[in-house]
Design a protein around this ligand. Structure first.
Ligand SMILES: CC(C)(COP(=O)(O)OP(=O)(O)OC[C@H]1O[C@@H](n2cnc3c(N)ncnc32)[C@H](O)[C@@H]1OP(=O)(O)O)[C@@H](O)C(=O)NCCC(=O)NCCS
Length: 176
């Protein structure tokens, strides 16, 4: 399977590769830590177990799900998921999710994951990626815009978070 390397702002390199079952614990911990931050994801507690992550990783070997790991100095630094749209007529469209471990943010890991995801998506026939984010997630929105995503809509007061109602910003990118 393919992997990609990108230079980071601090001079190090991020390696982006497809997930292996051994990554499940890191994925579980990484996702749980972002849920605990309570600011970036529309979920309040973690339901999936480490075993569920193993199943998801194994599913990527036989489906069009993509799960990519970012590693810096051999350490898990974040991950990105691409999941197929369910409609038969939307098989060219993948839905993207991304998180970067707090200690590794703002140095380009997210950028490396986003760029790599386009190569991985095209390899299996996707040619459009969609995503959504909170209106107040300025870093995520800046990142998505910097790699060419455009805003296609805003869902007003779509999420009722602890800190109040948040608009959902819908974005997309055509890969052609
Ligand atoms: C959003 C997230 C994935 C970005 O990953 P990252 O590795 O920090 O991103 P990068 O360092 O590659 O890029 C961040 C971009 O935002 C910009 N940025 C950084 N801090 C910023 C700020 N406070 N306000 C606005 N833009 C900011 C940077 O300039 C950079 O753009 P550039 O590369 O053009 O300079 C990461 O912050 C994260 O995991 N956040 C918590 C979970 C989350 O929000 N997931 C996405 C949910 S939709």
């Amino acid at each position: 399977m393919s992997s990609w390397e990108h230079s980071l702002k601090d001079g190090r390199t991020v390696l982006v590769r497809h997930a292996k079952p051994e990554d499940a614990k890191n994925l579980y911990d990484g996702f749980g830590a972002v849920v605990e931050e309570g600011k970036w994801l529309p979920t309040f507690h973690v339901n999936a177990t480490v075993a569920d992550w193993v199943n998801w990783i194994q599913r990527t070997y036989r489906t069009r799900d993509i799960l990519m790991i970012a590693e810096v100095d051999g350490e898990y630094a974040g991950h990105l998921t691409l999941q197929p749209e369910e409609w038969m007529a939307s098989k060219h469209v993948a839905k993207l999710g991304i998180i970067v471990v707090k200690e590794f943010r703002h140095i380009g890991v997210g950028h490396g994951l986003m760029v790599s995801s386009e190569f991985a998506a095209k390899q299996i026939g996707y040619f459009k990626i969609i995503l959504s984010t909170f209106h107040d997630n300025e870093v995520a929105r800046a990142l998505y815009e910097s790699v060419g995503y455009r805003t296609v809509g805003v869902r007003k007061d779509h999420f009722n978070m602890d800190h109040g109602f948040i608009d959902e910003v819908l974005m997309e990118k055509l890969l052609v």
